[in-house]
Design a protein around this ligand. Structure first.
Ligand SMILES: [Zn+2]
Length: 724
């Protein structure tokens, strides 16, 4: 059963998805020189006056080494770079505005805007400091990164998102020379979407309201950042006095637990530790304490932050003419309305409820001794994982620890790279990661397997540590690839994980859900690194509709359930043997065990995020209301404050439903992929050309249609879940 959502795509901005990409220095120079001599002169004068040189505005990275050289290494450098790069971006915006309307072209107006928001040094820095804020071991660096990220957001709001002169410049082009200039479909789409985003940001509003929007946006950016930071900063421990209180947990696990001077066990409240304790510890009190601690992370620090976030988003939506934040938040998504999203979620929950009934009826046939039912015949929330794991061990013969022995982390990742690489026609090679934020970070170069072209760089930071982003896994692309004028430049992406650390006597062993989560995040990374478009804003995936962005990742995670794939990526830690058939049989047979519960639980969380931002504004009351409606077999814990560490509330807003929405499409795509063959490189290329490689250059419905040859439907999803 999945208690923790495996992915939280890091998202930088709350409304106008300014995704940034870099552009070549010479291209930038070309754009600047293309505008009038007077404007160019003024621009260069401004550069000289401020001491900013052109190369400080945008840089082209051909290798990881070049990118590492670009990144600030001290808190002072972070502050200095933030100031310098913001100045460069500011001057470029001024240059766009200054072009006389009669001389506007796509290149000197729209493309320069595209570079400003996606391709500048300033843009790269903003992504980078966001990453440092949630990963860097040094508190001074994290603090400087937080301040820089906050400053970047404020700059973007003031000088880009709320810049009416910039909006007017783009509009003047669209309604003037843009009507006559020969544009391709991607350029037309970008222009239309950009103007739409400005309008959604309130640029058509009168001055007073527009200023209010700007203020609210800044407050919101800080609240989102604080919410995530408070989660990462929560380093609470569950203190256990005696070994007997950890009964059921392996010696290897217990030996790896930190102890204090009095010999007490200090259990970390991170994902792998809490999952292990909740699944394997035979002492109810320990499970209960871990459950409560896990769902009280960032309590109380996020209590007011969340309430302020809800109020700020509500005020913002009303100001922009929407009935609620959810209505505003979903208007530009595939679902279009909260009602459309909710209808899908409720339909899926309804279809899954009989399966959920079956799950609990099955669990109750053989509960372990430390689990007892409530007077209403329900299972306590902290017992569900343990009861399910016990049932698996006893009846499905799925011993998670035994399975984990087939997934030593290093080899498993190498094999996963090979399997996906074979399908997509790409190869991964390790490269030096020296100079990155932590000694445990590893880096890989991604190349086209046939042509040898460098496509991008993938960094892995996979183990938990204090003050690091605490979700199981996430992906962040901080420089997207580009394909312009026949030249391709590489993208840069990172997968953050909180996977099980190596234990005292051997290498790190990945649990099944960690392997599955890695496949998911790698799907994001491949989408990010393979989507090279001619416009910076269309490259990479950070500007994707939230209800589409999970489609490739969820498509790739389906591979994990295929017999041949499981054989290919497994190798026993001692013998090197792949998973034997009888274990694979049990894994596949057990696939649907617990699905009814998982779907209803995820559905409940989806409804939570939709309703929290649709009018049901009290987080605690809403949680109790939805638990009362949907927890038909589980006794919720009164001390559960999951909303204080529900990271998607910050990053996804009302769009947690997007996991289901995307999953429906992902199953459809995977069914086609499987039919064509998972080792069929031609099919992989077709998937890149129709979906992965398109970035955000058109409506994602078009990508899906192009790959399937039809619109997507629910059949493959319902079949895969055993619901039809
Ligand atoms: Zn994801």
């Amino acid at each position: 059963m999945e208690l923790f959502t495996p992915c939280a795509m890091l998202r930088m901005f709350d409304f106008f998805f300014l995704k940034w990409e870099f552009l070549m220095k010479r291209s930038f120079l070309y754009y600047v020189l293309a505008i009038t001599a007077i404007i160019a002169l003024a621009f260069f004068r401004a550069c000289r006056a401020s001491g900013v040189e052109m190369h400080n505005y945008c840089t082209k990275f051909r290798s990881l080494e070049e990118f590492i050289a670009f990144t600030p290494k001290t808190a002072e450098e972070i502050r200095e770079c933030t100031k310098r790069y913001a100045q460069g971006a500011h001057e470029a915006v001024a240059a766009v505005i200054a072009v006389p309307d009669g001389e506007r072209t796509f290149e000197n107006t729209v493309t320069v805007f595209d570079v400003v928001v996606e391709g500048s040094n300033f843009a790269h820095l903003a992504y980078w400091v966001y990453l440092l804020e949630v990963t860097h071991p040094d508190a001074t660096m994290r603090e400087a990164a937080h301040e820089a990220y906050s400053a970047c957001n404020k700059f973007l709001i003031d000088h880009v998102q709320q810049n009416r002169d910039l909006f007017r410049a783009l509009k003047a082009y669209a309604q003037g020379n843009g009507l006559h200039e020969q544009l391709d479909a991607e350029q037309r789409y970008f222009l239309r979407e950009t103007l739409g985003a400005f309008e959604r940001a309130g640029l058509d509003l009168p001055d007073k309201q527009r200023a209010q929007v700007g203020t609210l946006k800044k407050e919101l950016a800080d609240l989102v950042s604080s919410y995530t930071r408070n989660m990462a900063s929560d380093v609470r421990k569950v203190v256990v006095e005696r070994r007997e209180e950890l009964e059921g947990l392996s010696d290897a696990f217990v030996d790896s637990v930190q102890r204090d001077d009095d010999g007490r066990y200090l259990l970390s409240v991170d994902s792998p530790t809490s999952i292990t304790v909740l699944e394997e510890c035979a002492v109810e009190e320990t499970r209960k304490r871990m459950f409560i601690s896990f769902y009280n992370r960032a309590n109380p620090s996020n209590e007011q932050v969340l309430r302020d976030m809800i109020a700020t988003r509500d005020a913002l939506a009303k100001l922009l003419g929407y009935a609620s934040f959810a209505a505003y938040d979903i208007a530009d998504q595939m679902a279009k309305t909260p009602e459309g999203a909710e209808a899908l979620i409720r339909e899926i929950i309804e279809r899954a409820q009989p399966k959920e009934d079956e799950v609990f009826a099955t669990l109750k046939t053989d509960l372990p001794p430390s689990v007892s039912l409530t007077s209403e015949g329900k299972l306590n929330a902290w017992d569900i994982r343990f009861a399910a794991a016990h049932y698996r061990r006893t009846h499905l013969a799925l011993n998670e620890q035994e399975i984990a022995e087939y997934f030593p982390l290093e080899k498993t990742i190498e094999k996963i790279f090979s399997v996906f690489g074979n399908f997509l026609g790409v190869a991964f090679a390790p490269v030096s990661a020296e100079g990155l934020w932590h000694e445990e970070v590893r880096a890989f170069e991604l190349r086209d397997d046939e042509e040898g072209t460098v496509l991008g760089y993938l960094m892995l930071d996979l183990f938990p540590r204090p003050h690091k982003y605490s979700h199981m896994a996430a992906q962040l692309g901080f420089v997207s690839p580009m394909k312009r004028d026949g030249e391709r430049t590489p993208g840069f992406s990172v997968i953050l994980g909180n996977f099980t650390r190596p234990q005292a006597d051997g290498p790190a062993l990945m649990k099944r859900e960690e392997v599955w989560a890695f496949c998911h995040e790698l799907g994001h990374a491949m989408h990010s690194l393979l989507s090279a478009c001619s416009l910076a804003s269309h490259s990479g995936i950070n500007a994707c509709q939230r209800d589409f962005v999970e489609v490739p990742s969820q498509t790739f995670e389906q591979w994990f359930w295929e017999r041949e794939v499981l054989k290919s990526i497994s190798s026993h830690v001692q013998t090197g043997d792949p998973l034997p058939d009888h274990m694979i049989d049990r894994i596949i047979a057990g696939k649907q065990f617990g699905e009814g519960y998982n779907i209803c639980r995820q559905g409940c969380m989806s409804l939570y995020s939709l309703e929290l931002f649709s009018g049901n504004h009290d987080p605690e009351q809403l949680l109790r209301k939805l638990y009362a409606e949907h927890k038909r077999h589980e006794q919720p814990c009164d001390e559960d404050r999951m909303y204080l560490s529900f990271s998607q509330l910050a990053g996804y807003g009302s769009k947690y439903y997007s996991y289901f929405w995307s999953e429906v499409i992902a199953h459809d795509l995977f069914a086609q992929m499987k039919k064509a063959g998972l080792t069929n490189r031609e099919e992989g290329k077709r998937f890149i050309s129709t979906v992965l490689g398109r970035g955000t250059s058109a409506d994602p419905n078009d990508f899906v249609h192009a790959y399937l040859g039809r619109d997507s439907d629910k059949d493959a999803f319902l079949k895969a879940k055993g619901l039809i």
